[in-house]
Design a protein. Structure first.
Length: 94
């Protein structure tokens, strides 16, 4: 089975469920605000945390590509926490 094309979410600014089907998280792009904060993603709503990062107290953009195929999320991707982040875009396969 060949891999699916990599897709992206719209710019996210609040908690919610941007991907509701099984997928692989392949990368994360976020823009930090002036204050420290963080970004937390879970395997679907109420699921296990699959990605949790503290963001710096400095305005700037960061892109993180995850190794290999990425992180498998059987129940989709949920943004369960987003503070000090102006926006975030998730790149996923599935």
């Amino acid at each position: 089975m060949s891999p699916s094309p990599v897709k992206s979410t719209a710019a996210l600014t609040a908690t919610g469920d941007p991907v509701t089907s099984p997928c692989y998280l392949r990368g994360v792009y976020f823009v930090s605000g002036a204050g420290a904060g963080g970004l937390t993603l879970t395997n679907g709503s109420g699921g296990a945390t699959v990605f949790d990062i503290d963001t710096p107290a400095a305005v700037g953009a960061t892109y993180m590509e995850l190794p290999g195929r990425g992180i498998r999320c059987e129940s989709g991707l949920t943004v369960s926490g987003i503070t000090g982040v102006t926006s975030a875009t998730l790149f996923y396969e599935g």
